[in-house]
Design a protein around this ligand. Structure first.
Ligand code: NAD
Length: 298
């Protein structure tokens, strides 16, 4: 049994912390949201009154925060946990942030004698609840091996992509592809619907044909095709449009730095940004289905 500090109890972090408790670990949690803390307590976590309390006796400190500045704010700077963590603690940041920030965090913690891995996840809220996430890690092999003790309680796959920051690079490649699949699947379903097809039947056909992909398998964007996905729940409770737009921005920054050509990623970034600007930023990213409604015949 490990002692774990957990920061960030949102759509992902809440169920991840609950799964650590189920596996027998002692988990102290911190979040800015009172509601999130109350839910975590009900799941068996101990509530920290202040951020710094997550460090106490911690074998691992895990964070699951929205974006770069949240992660930097928690660990770095005058008030950052880098000055409070014990050298025996392994820091695991599961947030999706830029590879640069992950490398900077790894270097600053290493300078203080503290081990760090970036471990962004794939699998969505469903995977977080079911404990079937995929962790895409960057960092020393020995640290990734050590992290398995807690990662295995929250997921079923642990990959090491390379050194610190490599997990983030692999993660944004995956999410750029996911955005293209989601937009394309939505467009195909809307086209079929506009021509009188039943989306359930069309989905089944494409699932057994060459258009098969993850969104059709487990995350259909058309309301009513699958019961337990965000599209059948008013596009609530999944992976927010704002967060997808953030990840696509990270992918484009990475493409600019390397000179890679990513026309599809650039297209989906603009789709998701404008969808967010139209007021859908807090909906699940499958809500892009509503944006790609084909024009009606004149
Ligand atoms: P979320 O917005 O639901 O949760 C973030 C939580 O962090 C909130 O509870 C918020 O109160 C808390 N928080 C913010 N600043 C804080 C601070 N300084 N101290 C303590 N708590 C703080 O986001 P989420 O959907 O859980 O996503 C978290 C991360 O996981 C993001 O980087 C996202 O890109 C990534 N991710 C999300 C999904 C998904 O399906 N939702 C899938 C894979 C990866």
């Amino acid at each position: 049994m490990a002692t774990v500090g957990f920061i960030g109890l949102g759509n992902m972090g809440g169920p991840m912390a609950a799964n650590l408790v189920k596996a027998g670990h002692r988990v102290t949690v911190f979040d800015l949201s009172e509601e999130a803390l109350t839910q975590a307590e009900a799941a068996g976590c101990q509530r920290a009154k202040q951020l710094v309390e997550v460090c106490r006796d911690a074998d691992f400190v895990i964070s699951m925060l929205p974006a770069d500045h949240h992660v930097e704010g928690v660990y770095l700077g005058e008030q950052g946990l880098q000055h409070r963590l014990d050298k025996s603690t392994l820091v695991i940041d599961c947030s999706t942030i830029s590879a640069e920030t992950a490398r900077k965090l790894g270097a600053e913690l290493a300078a203080a004698g503290i081990a760090f891995i970036d471990a962004p996840v794939s699998g969505g809220v469903g995977g977080a609840k079911a404990g079937t996430l995929t962790f895409i890690c960057g960092g020393a092999e020995s640290s990734v091996e050590r992290a398995r003790e807690v990662l295995n309680a929250m997921g079923k796959n642990v990959f090491r992509a390379g050194d610190a920051g490599a997990g983030q690079v692999a993660k944004i490649c995956n999410n750029m592809l996911l955005s293209v699949l989601m937009a394309g699947t939505s467009e195909a379903l809307q086209l079929g619907i506009a021509h009188g097809l039943d989306p359930q039947v069309l989905s089944e056909i494409m699932l057994q044909s060459s258009g098969r992909n993850w969104t059709l398998e487990v995350y259909n964007p058309c309301p009513g095709v699958m019961d337990t996905v965000p599209s059948s729940n008013g596009y609530q409770g999944g992976f927010m449009v704002d967060l997808m737009a953030k990840d696509l921005g990270l992918a484009q920054q990475a493409a600019l730095r390397s000179g890679a050509s990513t026309p599809m990623g650039s297209l989906t970034l603009n789709l998701y940004r404008s969808w967010a600007q139209l007021g859908h930023g807090r909906e699940d990213f499958s809500s892009i289905f509503k944006y790609v409604t084909p024009a009606t015949k004149k």
